[in-house]
Write a protein that binds this ligand. Structure first.
Ligand code: F6P
Length: 531
């Protein structure tokens, strides 16, 4: 099997200090730059020999063949018998990318053009609401991949957005979400984007019905208002029409776009309205640059390949089960949440492509928050807890805004944290500083926490595209080594089914629940709801 090589002799016991002492040239050797991304892998617990072995391991996996098959539009999502062709979403107009014999690039650009024209009408006020007022509020209703990408991009590119438009994102079936996000909005100035690949997702369809009732109530129930206040993004044209949304206000995408790989499809409509079609095109160009790099760069200089290899190394060979994402950028507030779906829904799998169990760990737990805030919350554990959590630091060199040298402070903190995670602080150093003996051990920082530092030049639509594509392809790389299908998500289904069977037990006549614990929860719930 692919992950059977023993790496016990490599890296496992080396500390970062040993590794740097043994190879003073490791930083340039383990740093890769492409486009405007500088990634330093030298504080990972690898050496050049381990990296060569990992690249050799990659060569023994179906990775290269699967990457070629993805770009060729083959049905690599085997359990759903679908192509995985999100790379076509950012292909330039002149390129040809086929699946099932059809060049999809013309369709992609036809939708992008329609999105661009629509976005422009919202942005310049030509598109009017039912009462003739211009649209000021855009509410995206979607969940998972139909929410996280646009919501993440909305924060990431907030300062590139047209400032007289406000964007809100409703996702949770918790009625509080809709109430919270629409509080204070004037229905006459509000456009809803109902975003759902399948147009069947319970949360989204329920929120969409709630939105329609909320909107209609403001227009005396006049159904004609729906066409002015609702648009849809979906692969399911028939269901959109059934819902009552004018097909002219529908933006499609295709079953070869996975939900978590869809922020650059029509699912990005809210992003396009915010930043405009030219800036959206810049973002797509960034995605495409990373696609080409992923396809063409040799493994040892290939950013997504190296990031994916680090994930496999830390998870399977060093045994770390969690991975922190630490953006030193407040605008990347939702980036860890976005990566949670991208990586955990893709690679949180228990069987290989042929259905046999995997005997190695697949996706670690992905989590994180922006620094410096995280420093004052969970970094204590990162530095001195006895569970090691590898981390990716992400930062932008050039500030988009600055005040009193704050951006330098931000970056100094980021560099400091990755340094301390790597090199720590020894008892000898503490003694040399005159630390009282009783405080030596509490203050020792073991270091040796593996980190990658990803520094982008500046936060722009283009660099965001590069960054997201970097993680899409590193997820692909790790999934190919783990030999799992990174493009299905059967694990999400059972919970949805059980929720539908439990709903009548909460609302209808009391009926037996499937187990004593559920029975007790349902019983107390009904009592407290006077049912
Ligand atoms: O969580 C499961 C899932 O199918 C995701 O993969 C998807 O992004 C999300 O639900 C939303 O699905 P849809 O876009 O079809 O509403």
């Amino acid at each position: 099997m692919v992950i059977s090589i023993s790496y016990a002799s490599h890296g496992r016991t080396n500390t970062a200090r040993d590794l740097f002492a043994a190879d003073p040239g490791r930083t340039p050797a383990l740093t890769v730059e492409s486009q405007e991304i500088h990634a330093d892998f030298s504080k990972q617990r690898i050496d050049r020999a381990v990296l060569a072995d990992l690249i050799a391991l990659l060569g023994q996996t179906p990775f290269a063949a699967r990457r070629a098959a993805m770009f060729a539009g083959e049905h690599i999502n085997t359990t759903e018998d679908r192509a995985v062709l999100h790379v076509a979403l950012r292909a330039p107009r002149h390129e040809v990318m086929r699946t099932d014999g059809l060049d999809v690039v013309p369709q992609v650009h036809a939708v992008l053009d329609r999105m661009g024209a629509f976005a422009e009408r919202i942005r310049n006020g030509e598109w009017k609401g039912f009462t003739g007022k211009r649209i000021r509020n855009i509410v995206n209703i979607g969940i998972g991949g139909s929410d996280l990408g646009p919501a993440m991009a909305n924060d990431a590119l907030r300062d590139f957005a047209q400032q007289d438009l406000q964007f809100r994102f409703v996702s949770n079936v918790d009625p509080g979400d809709f109430a919270w996000k629409t509080a204070g909005l004037d229905p006459a100035e509000t456009l809803f984007i109902v975003a759902s690949k399948t147009f069947t997702t319970q949360e989204t369809m329920t929120n969409a019905r709630t939105a329609r009732a909320w909107s209609l109530a403001a227009f005396g129930g006049d159904e004609k208002s729906v066409a002015r206040h609702f648009v849809a993004v979906s692969t399911a044209a028939d269901l959109v029409t059934q819902f009552g949304i004018d097909p002219a206000n529908m933006f499609i995408f295709w079953d070869w776009v996975g939900g978590r790989y869809s922020m650059d499809s029509a699912i990005g409509l809210a992003t396009m309205i915010a930043i405009g079609a030219p800036a959206f095109a810049e973002m797509l160009a960034g995605f495409h640059e990373m696609d080409r790099h992923f396809l063409e760069a040799p493994a040892e200089r290939n950013l997504p390949v190296l990031l994916g290899l680090m994930q496999v190394w830390n998870t399977d060979f060093l045994g770390f089960e969690s991975h922190a994402v630490l953006p030193y950028c407040q605008h990347l507030t939702r980036f860890a949440a976005y990566l949670q779906q991208l990586e955990m829904e893709s690679n949180g799998k228990r069987v290989q492509l042929d259905g046999t169990p995997v005997n190695w760990h697949t996706c670690p737990v992905i989590w994180g928050e922006p620094g410096t805030n995280g420093q004052h919350a969970f970094y204590q554990m990162l530095h001195q807890g006895n569970i090691t959590v590898p981390a990716d630091f992400i930062a932008f060199a050039e500030p988009n805004v600055d005040s009193l040298g704050m951006h330098d402070m931000l970056l100094a903190n980021a560099f400091a944290q990755t340094r301390v995670m790597g090199f720590g602080q020894t008892a000898e150093e503490l003694r040399a500083q005159g630390t009282p003996e009783a405080l030596i051990e509490p203050k020792v920082m073991p270091g040796n926490r593996p980190t990658t530092f990803i520094m982008c030049r500046k936060r722009t639509p283009r660099s965001l595209g590069q960054l997201v594509a970097l993680y899409e392809h590193s997820t692909f790389t790790a999934g190919a080594i783990w030999n799992v299908n990174s493009f299905d998500q059967w694990g999400v289904e059972l919970g949805k089914k059980v929720a539908s069977t439990l709903l009548p037990m909460l609302t209808g006549p009391a009926t037996p629940a499937p187990d004593p614990s559920t029975a007790s929860l349902v019983h107390r719930y009904r009592q407290w709801r006077n049912r």
